[in-house]
Design a protein around this ligand. Structure first.
Ligand code: ADP
Ligand code: ZN
Ligand code: MG
Length: 505
């Protein structure tokens, strides 16, 4: 190659390399919006009086209304409406004084009427938000809308024969669909959002939040775009996500997949994809062409939903203290570190347990932290070992408070207290009873402790010599031996004092 050709070739090569590098090095960000379905904890279904109980024999909780017989008329369950309004208020929504039900038409064997009664152009709640904390930053996630609708039945594909069954017990169970704005930016944020949502729903008592049983479900919409670009990319919708872990895994997978497709010069198809948890991948389920046209129209069998301000105010006044406020109070009133406050307020029953224990024990801020350490540490460990929730805790908060008082009084040492507490947890007995039964009272009698100290000093003359020669860390060895000899019951302070006195003479 001649000089000029060489330089031409060289500059072309550099240009190409830069172009390629640019394409590879473009940073992408994810845009996520979640559609959450929450089953409401009403006793009866949304448009009839059938029970909503989970797990009964198939088709035992049905009537002409929820199995879609011709000529029947639905009537709205007032409790379901109240729960939807409650949720809307807790999520800072505007409550619509006038809203309407609509028919969403599609065919599926678990939908006996051939349409689902839902809300469409006029939902009960709009324009809300909730706050999440990710990496120490507070992020506000917008709620587009909350609407009421009925759940479908369930197709069952297992059992005898080469056919499927339909169980309509779930048909007509009241649902809320909570739709977020596309404000979520990572899989981690999506999980935090779901967790916060579950916490709030459980605080309100409107949904039990059980993702495994399907009383809380989520569809995740996700797209990616180069950082700095204003327009959103084409989104896919992920279905079949039934745990927090899968929210994160499915989204992480899908975000990586979309970025890879784009970097390789491909295009994202607008489609619904199914999360396959065994393979850890998402797979196409249906594309835009197969998307349903639901032919929504106003439900002619139900009157519009009209609510007055007075009722909204009453519901607002009945709201419990919500997690964010409770968390702030735990920090300011009990002086707890943020971590501890987060831990307790993530679920109301655990917050209640802590508050009851600390109210019966702690008079000082340091006391509140002591209670926190025990609940967060020992108690949680014991509960986790048996996969129990705090509601199934065999101990009462007062029992922990009493035990802590016994430590303060010097009846037991902090170390022995762990043994006592485990025994309390196992038997449900009070600390005092266990201490008596097992003879665990702390030895504070100086004479008795002195005897034990003398014995150990006599038993280890070499170590005593080494200590006196300056090997001071041996003090730990002596304390260990004395505690062992007294089965951990000697008062550590007295042991320490006596030991130091004896070893320095
Ligand atoms: P569709 O018409 O497909 O139902 P919607 O506009 O109703 O879409 O939005 C459904 C959900 O998808 C909402 O939670 C919304 O925030 C989210 N969403 C909308 N557009 C995008 C996008 N480009 N990327 C990610 N999520 C999106
Ligand atoms: Zn019914
Ligand atoms: Mg939509």
């Amino acid at each position: 190659m001649k000089g000029r050709d060489f330089w031409k070739w060289k500059s072309l090569k550099i240009k190409l390399e830069v172009k390629l590098r640019d394409r590879i090095s473009i940073k992408y960000e994810a845009i996520i919006g979640l559609e959450v379905h929450a089953q409401m904890l009403t006793e009866t279904k949304i448009f009839c009086g059938c029970s909503t109980k989970f797990g009964s024999e198939p088709n035992t909780q049905t009537c002409p209304v929820c199995i879609g017989m011709p000529g029947v008329l639905p009537v709205l369950n007032k409790k379901a409406l109240e729960y939807a309004i409650k949720t809307g208020l807790a999520m800072n929504c505007t409550i619509s004084k006038f809203s309407r039900f609509a028919r969403k038409n599609y065919f599926y064997p678990d939908l006996p009427k051939g349409y689902q009664i839902s809300q469409y152009e006029l939902p009960i709640c709009e324009h809300g938000n909730i706050e999440i904390v990710v990496n120490g930053n507070i992020r506000k996630i917008g709620i587009t809308r909350i609407h009421m609708e009925e759940d479908a039945g369930k197709n069952i594909h297992e059992g005898a024969g080469n056919y499927s069954f339909v169980d309509l017990n779930r048909a007509g169970v009241p649902l809320m669909e909570i739709v977020s704005e596309p404000d979520i930016r990572s899989a981690r944020e999506a999980v935090e959002y779901m967790k916060k949502m579950r916490t709030i729903l459980r605080y309100l008592g409107v949904c039990d939040g059980n993702m495994e049983q399907g009383s809380l479900r989520c569809d995740a919409n996700v797209s990616v775009r180069p950082v700095g670009q204003k327009e959103f990319g084409v989104k896919t919708e992920l279905k079949n996500i039934n745990s927090f872990r899968f929210v994160e895994k499915a989204l992480d997978y899908e975000i990586k997949r979309q970025i890879k497709v784009i970097k390789e010069g491909g295009k994202i198809l607008q489609e619904t994809r199914l999360w396959d948890s065994t393979q850890g991948i998402t797979e196409p389920m249906r594309g835009k062409e197969e998307a349903h046209d639901y032919r929504y129209f106003p439900e002619p069998d139900l009157v519009p939903v009209v609510v007055d301000q007075k009722w909204i105010d009453e519901i607002n006044a009945s709201l419990p203290e919500l997690p964010d406020i409770k968390r702030e109070r735990f920090v300011s009133v009990y002086g707890l570190p943020e971590n501890d406050a987060d831990f307790f307020t993530s679920d109301k029953p655990i917050a209640d347990w802590y508050e009851e224990a600390t109210a019966s024990y702690a008079l000082s801020v340091s006391g509140h932290k002591v209670v926190s350490n025990w609940v967060k540490g020992e108690l949680t460990r014991l509960l986790n070992e048996e996969n129990r929730s705090i509601e199934e805790c065999p101990l009462k908060p007062l029992q922990l408070a009493d035990m802590l008082t016994l430590i303060d009084k010097g009846t037991i040492s902090g170390k022995i207290a762990k043994t006592v507490f485990e025994e309390m947890y196992k038997t449900g007995k009070d600390a005092e009873v266990i201490i008596k039964e097992k003879g665990l009272v702390q030895i504070t009698d100086e004479g008795e402790i002195e005897k034990a100290v003398d014995e150990i000093i006599a038993k280890y003359p070499k170590e005593v010599e080494r200590f006196k020669a300056g090997e001071e860390k041996l003090i730990g060895f002596f304390i260990g031996q004395i505690m062992k000899a007294t089965k951990g019951k000697a008062n550590p302070q007295i042991v320490n004092e006596l030991l130091k006195k004896k070893l320095s003479t």
